[in-house]
Design a protein around this ligand. Structure first.
Ligand SMILES: Nc1nc2c(ncn2[C@@H]2O[C@H](COP(=O)(O)OP(=O)(O)OP(=O)(O)O)[C@@H](O)[C@H]2O)c(=O)[nH]1
Length: 437
């Protein structure tokens, strides 16, 4: 290291910094060290300052329990800085506004908080923002967990609160304060809908603006937000001048919602659509086929002697076989085909735009594929198995969903009765004929 960058050099930077710097004990919130700007801003001596803690200096940090919650939030923001607007105590008994960035540093194996506090009384633009906002807004800015925005329509200027910036992974000096910054951050697939919702409110058709959408973060990833706003100022003719809103991060609840939806519609073992969701999917496919005059082949597949597999190798091995079958079919079938778990060891396969002859050929190929690829257990043991299938086709056998399933089921029953490992096609009169395979 060059001589110039000695300890004294860093000390000079620390002391010369135009913002207050505090080194804080994450456990107790005690001030361990601070630069000259810190104690002069607070109107006290350095010695006096070192007797204080964040709890005694920061308005609104009530007690150790409250501090522990704040400390947890700071750790959760690591490696980025935790930012907030707050008020610092002055020796004279008054408070002044500050914008504080706190990051976690490590010194001699111990975590420490490093806070850089900018005195907003000295920062003209921020002071302006503070003075022009009404009390409610100032309160929300200080206290809200949600991000806040304030749009002045004629200038197109948008104030983004530090909390909102933090939510999106930006630092306080980042994010151009314009409407474009916001609209560009809204996901392409949501933008039209969100803008329409905003227009509905601005035009007076809706009482307030509300939308759920995805917002791009600084690192390019997206979060889900619930955004709600309202016109808070109008001109004499009633035209909106200013709109204020709050953004709440709902990524976690969206994730849970998706998970629940997935669990409700999918079989947990194979990941295939379950019977309930399969019915809905089937009826959509059938409507599509009828509307566009296409054939749709329905195939009920049942694994042969599956009970023997469970009895010989155990239930877990049976589960592995079911997963193996679903996996093998998934990689073999076309994207437009869909395989669902219809029951225990029974599957329903839908083949859109497929005539009976091609369907039989395809199922024959699936059989060959299965014969060449037995299931392999964790122990390395291989299990060969076969299936039987019953086919029915729309419009050949019926145009009704339940009737198609019944035809396929009857054909499957006969296939089982005729020795298994067989494909049978229903005929229009309900009498099954041997498949072409
Ligand atoms: N391991 C496992 N077994 C299942 C599951 N669902 C159903 N089964 C079993 O599958 C077996 C089906 O038995 P059966 O209906 O007699 O049919 P099979 O032995 O395949 O005989 P055929 O269909 O006539 O060829 C039963 O023992 C069920 O307990 C599952 O999710 N996992």
């Amino acid at each position: 290291m060059s001589e110039r960058f000695s300890e004294g050099f860093y000390k000079a930077i620390f002391e010369g910094c135009s913002d207050a710097i505090y080194v804080i004990d994450p456990q107790s919130s005690r001030i361990l060290d601070a630069n000259t700007r810190a104690w002069t801003d607070l109107g006290m001596s350095r010695e006096r300052l070192l007797q204080h803690s964040v709890i005694s200096l920061q308005q609104g940090v009530e007690n150790e329990e409250h501090w522990a919650q704040i400390a947890e939030m700071i750790y959760s923001c690591h490696p980025q800085a935790f930012t907030f607007i707050g008020r610092h105590y002055h020796q004279h008994g008054t408070y002044f506004p500050v914008e504080v960035y706190t990051s976690v540093i490590e010194f001699e194996g111990q975590p420490l908080f490093l806070s850089i506090a900018r005195n907003l009384d000295r920062t003209s633009s921020q002071r302006e923002a503070f003075r022009t906002k009404d009390a409610r807004l100032t309160y929300a800015l200080n206290e809200a967990v949600d991000g806040l925005w304030d749009w002045t329509i004629d200038t197109g200027e948008v104030f983004f609160s530090p909390q909102l910036k933090r939510m999106l992974g930006y630092l306080p000096h980042e994010m151009e304060p314009t409407l474009e910054t916001w609209s560009e951050a809204v996901h392409d697939s949501d933008r039209g809908r969100v803008m329409a919702a905003l227009d509905e409110h601005l035009s007076g058709r809706d009482d307030s603006y509300s939308a759920e959408y995805q917002m791009r973060k600084r690192d390019g990833s997206y979060i889900w937000v619930r955004d709600r706003g309202r016109v808070c100022q109008r001109d004499e003719a009633g035209n909106p001048l200013r709109v204020v809103g709050m953004v709440h991060d709902i990524t976690r609840s969206k994730g849970l919602e998706d998970q629940l939806r997935e669990q409700a519609s999918h079989d947990h073992l194979t990941g295939l659509l379950n019977r309930r969701a399969g019915y809905i999917h089937f009826s959509k496919q059938l409507s599509y086929a009828l509307r566009y005059n296409q054939s749709l082949t329905v195939c009920l597949i049942d694994l042969d002697h599956f009970k023997n597999i469970n009895d010989s190798f155990g239930h877990l091995a049976g589960d592995s076989v079911l997963k193996h079958f679903a996996g093998l079919m998934n990689i073999t079938l076309r994207k437009s085909d869909s395989l669902m778990r219809w029951g225990g060891e029974e599957f329903l396969l839908l083949l859109p735009n497929t005539e009976v002859a091609s369907a039989v050929k395809l199922i024959g190929q699936l059989k060959e594929k299965l014969a060449d690829n037995p299931a392999e257990l964790e122990s390395g043991e291989q299990i060969s198995y076969t299936f039987s299938a019953g086919l029915a086709c729309c419009p050949l056998h019926s145009q009704a969903l339940d009737a198609l399933i019944k035809c396929a089921d009857d054909a499957l029953y006969t296939a089982k009765g005729s020795g298994r490992d067989t494909i049978l096609v229903s005929d229009e009169s309900g009498i099954e004929q041997p498949g072409l395979f």
